[in-house]
Design a protein around this ligand. Structure first.
Ligand SMILES: [Zn+2]
Length: 131
């Protein structure tokens, strides 16, 4: 007898293509579309309800995701539904936001350093004694 869990995994895995390079389980089925919140995430129908596939995979493997926690794609592939690392990880909403901010901050500081270096160059040129 197959359990409900196995049936769900089978259903999902039949619509997944494994990326040999990254090991991602890339969802080939429908997504939540390209508008609104939570866009581009894999979606499927389960018991008449539309659910997020990566969350179903995670729940099958590790149990329910508590309300305050979210799943973060470490592999940065939103269509990936692989419930183990380094693909999906359960984080708090705060941690997820912090990571996003960190990614954004490093981008800004790179730009700032670049501008700073340019300014320094100008100063050096200006300080050079006139001959
Ligand atoms: Zn992945």
């Amino acid at each position: 007898m197959t359990s409900r869990r196995d049936r769900i995994s089978e259903k999902i895995m039949s619509r997944v293509q494994i990326d040999e390079v990254t090991g991602c389980y890339v969802w080939q089925g429908p997504t939540s579309g390209d508008t609104g919140r939570g866009r581009d995430y894999p979606r499927m129908s389960l018991d008449g309800q539309t659910v997020a596939v990566h969350i179903v995979m995670w729940t099958n493997e590790h149990g329910y995701v508590p309300g305050k926690k979210q799943l973060d794609h470490i592999c940065r592939n939103r269509l990936c539904v692989r419930p183990d690392g380094p693909h999906l990880e359960m984080v708090t909403h705060r941690e997820n936001m912090r990571r996003r901010d960190k990614a954004r901050t490093s981008l800004i500081s790179t730009k700032a350093n670049y501008t700073g270096a340019t300014e320094l160059k100008h100063e050096e040129t200006a300080d050079r004694p006139l001959s």
